[in-house]
Design a protein around this ligand. Structure first.
Ligand SMILES: [Zn+2]
Length: 210
């Protein structure tokens, strides 16, 4: 699904009017292709097929930016990396979930179980990423980031439109609800035209007047 010039919501990540999906986005930028998140495990082949159907080659995928490392975001990162050789970027705080330094919501661990999951090789987001602004948005997880590119704010799980409205992420899966709400307020003050969440369909950003 084309969002705007050079930006697609990957259909393979489950976006339909009926199903809000586990979305990832593809951006054609100066480096080639950049993917924001990678959806649930098991979808790497269809994501690669979709890249080809858009007229690109698999090797055009140069980078994956992970908003965080929950399974519905990191799910295909390793397979995509193996197929394309792309770099997979993550924040320093978020990487701690991969090294075992942090564990995600103890007690609900089965939902976030990574025991049999092979993580990709990750690279930390550099200070400066031309064209992009990586914004720290902790709350849902400790190292969550949102990514601003052009008119689009790739929110990951710092907001959701599953209900049709722009809302903070579900408290059930959010480590620090007040902090998550604060992070969503922080990004909502930025200048952009379109929220692009991982859960729910893209939605026009209404400027805060406060
Ligand atoms: Zn998610």
């Amino acid at each position: 699904m084309k969002i705007t010039d050079g930006i697609w919501l990957m259909d393979a990540s489950g976006a339909t009017e009926q199903m809000p999906g586990f979305h990832c986005y593809l951006i054609r930028d100066a480096e080639g292709l950049t993917m924001i998140d990678t959806s649930l495990p098991g979808r790497a082949e269809s994501l690669l097929a979709e890249i080809r159907s858009l007229g690109f080659q698999e090797k055009d995928l140069k980078r994956i930016f992970l908003t965080h490392t929950d399974m519905d975001h990191i799910g295909n990162a390793r397979e995509l990396q193996q197929a394309t050789g792309c770099l997979v970027y993550v924040s320093a705080e978020e990487k701690k979930y991969l090294t075992g330094e942090y564990s995600r919501m103890p007690g609900k661990a089965e939902m976030f179980e990574k025991a049999h999951f092979q993580a990709p090789e990750t690279t930390l987001f550099p200070e400066n990423l031309p064209g992009y602004q990586v914004i720290s948005t902790p709350g849902h997880t400790k190292g969550h980031v949102a990514v601003l590119y052009g008119d689009c704010l790739f929110a990951g799980d710092c907001m959701s439109t599953e209900s049709g409205m722009a809302e903070p992420p579900s408290p059930r899966f959010t480590e620090n609800v007040p902090l998550a709400e604060q992070s969503m307020r922080k990004v909502s003050l930025l200048d952009f035209a379109l929220w692009c969440p991982a859960h729910g369909l893209p939605k026009r950003h209404v400027e805060e007047t406060a």
